[in-house]
Ligand binder design. Structure first.
Ligand SMILES: Nc1ccn([C@@H]2O[C@H](COP(=O)(O)O)[C@@H](O)[C@H]2O)c(=O)n1
Length: 200
């Protein structure tokens, strides 16, 4: 399931290693979920070799789909005006995950959709460090993350033990992992790292 087609999230040429004759022992297709750009570029990368090794499912903003025991609702990101970039609200076993990356200050339609929804774990974009803007577009920074937390709390979106983790940092902020930990610790926001597993 893809949020958008930027190079750091989507490399459709990798799909080729699953085609007939290259990969073996495959008895069911891999479903690619995403916006029209994701689906179009996946099909273009595979060409005639897609065979029965792949299926494609177009995601539309705010139209929930069932995936086994999960319900996934794609939400609109505020990231790239040339593409329908998406975030995800995922419900499973009574737990609710908000995958909020890549995005700047949340899209108005997403804020509206979130009204009345509960979140047990929010994963938020914190590409930037300090931006002196608490409504940063395209990507969030520290002030925007804190402002999103404030609104989520004000709206009652976070469950009793609801957690926020930040991720997707650029080295250009000049901040290290421990700097982000120190900055976000007073707000109770945790800082993600490669290989992190969170149980909710
Ligand atoms: N000021 C920035 C902004 C982003 N990056 C890194 O570039 C990658 C792609 O960014 P997108 O805006 O296309 O999502 C991403 O991995 C960022 O960390 C950067 O280094 N400096």
């Amino acid at each position: 399931m893809f949020t958008h087609t930027h190079y750091d999230h989507f490399n459709p040429d990798d799909l080729f290693s699953r085609v007939e004759g290259y990969a073996h022992g495959i008895d069911k297709p891999l479903t690619i979920y995403g916006n029209d750009a994701v689906i179009g570029r996946s099909i273009a990368a595979l060409g005639q070799y897609a065979g029965d090794r792949f299926e494609f499912q177009l995601l539309r903003p705010f139209q929930a789909i069932s995936l086994g025991d999960r319900v996934v609702t794609p939400l609109l990101a505020n990231h790239d005006r040339t593409e329908t970039c998406m975030l995800f609200y995922i419900e499973k076993d009574g737990k609710r995950l908000f995958y909020g990356n890549d995005t700047g200050w949340l899209h108005e339609d997403t804020w509206n959709w979130l009204k009345g929804k509960v979140i047990d774990l929010a994963i938020l974009d914190c590409t930037h460090g300090y931006t002196h803007n608490n409504r940063n577009p395209n990507h969030m920074g520290i002030e925007t993350v804190l402002e999103v937390q404030r609104v989520l709390q004000e709206e009652g979106n976070l469950s009793k033990n609801g957690q926020i983790f930040v991720t997707h940092f650029t080295h250009n902020s000049g901040l290290l992992h421990e700097d982000f930990e120190r900055i976000f610790e007073p707000a109770g926001i945790k800082v993600a790292y490669d290989g992190l597993v969170i149980h909710i």
